[in-house]
Design a protein around this ligand. Structure first.
Ligand code: SAM
Length: 296
């Protein structure tokens, strides 16, 4: 990406009215995701895992590749990446949520993967450490994370600078409409018990890339070539336990943090009864999986 394209990305973030609040947003997200580590972990087999596997596969990882996986959580995409690049490769899995990182370390150890390091850091400030050959990665990967970065254009432009001159990039994002019914029922329940809570379920930045065409166009602005966007259909039967894990193990948890246990329980019951009333039997967790080659 040229310097002028980087400047344009920065200016576009600024036009969108964003300020340099990345560090405090990251710390707030760390608190939310750490609080929900147990429920997050239970979501891995049905939600985070399939997308992480699909992303690692679509990135066409090769033995020996060096991979930077940002917003890595417990390693849903970083662990399959480590398996794919093998002992001669290296994966840096970067996240701000300590408890998720620890889950990732345990999984890596259980699977005898010694080529992956889980590191606590803000993705927007990461610099490759000295064990990355040449100081630049072959691959950048980010599953369900890019929309949490307050300035995704600028953050992506910066992350691309950490890659070799010819490198691969991959990301997953929720497809437009995914999780909509559960999110709506949840915020309706919250509103009944805690009026004036902002309906912040869907990060506004997601709109930049929640359709295949928008995602392709967004990646192209960074000079990405060979862009491939696939839709991973993921329709998960809804049980009450799964419905509540989806709230507690994701950023949806945020509005519950200041509430006492009685109010949280009232929200839970209201949410579950709204889902029943509205005949929601399946959660649509469909996801876009995008990969591209970036040449600088
Ligand atoms: C929905 S989770 C996805 C985790 C993982 N990639 C997966 O698919 O299971 C989003 C993650 O982004 C992390 N995150 C948000 N902002 C971050 C930042 N600025 N730097 C590093 N991690 C961040 C959160 O802590 C959380 O673990």
């Amino acid at each position: 990406m040229s310097d002028s394209a980087r400047v344009a990305a920065r200016q576009s973030d600024e036009r969108a009215g964003v300020t340099d609040d990345s560090a405090s947003v990251a710390e707030q997200l760390a608190v939310v995701f750490d609080a929900g580590a147990r429920e997050f972990d239970r979501l891995t087999p049905t939600v985070w895992g399939p997308a992480g596997q699909a992303l690692a596969f679509q990135l066409r990882l090769r033995p020996g590749d060096t991979v930077l996986d940002v917003c890595a959580g417990a390693g849903a995409s970083a662990i399959p990446a480590a398996a794919a690049v093998g002992p001669t490769g290296l994966v840096h899995a970067v996240d701000v949520a300590d408890d998720l990182l620890e889950l990732g370390r345990v999984t890596a150890s259980d699977r005898a993967l010694r080529n992956i390091e889980f590191v606590r850091a803000d993705a927007t400030r990461w610099e490759p450490p000295s064990n990355v050959p040449g100081g630049r990665y072959d691959v950048l990967s980010c599953s369900y994370g890019i929309f949490f970065l307050p300035h995704p254009n600028h953050a992506t432009a910066r992350l691309l600078q950490l890659l070799r001159p010819v490198a691969r990039v991959g990301m997953t994002v929720w497809r437009r409409g995914a999780l909509e019914q559960v999110t709506r029922a949840y915020f309706d329940a919250v509103a009944r018990h805690v009026p004036d809570t902002p309906r912040a379920g869907r990060p506004s930045t997601l709109e930049l890339f929640d359709t295949p065409d928008a995602l392709r166009a967004w990646l192209s602005r960074f000079g990405a070539a060979s862009v491939e966007v696939n839709e991973l259909s993921n329709l998960i039967p809804l049980s009450p336990e799964f419905a509540w894990d989806l709230v507690l193990g994701s950023a949806l948890r945020a509005p519950l943090l200041p509430l006492g246990p009685d109010v949280v329980e009232a929200v839970r019951l209201e949410y579950l009864s709204l889902l029943t009333e509205r005949d929601v039997e399946v959660v649509d967790a469909s996801t876009l999986v995008a990969t591209a080659v970036v040449v600088r």
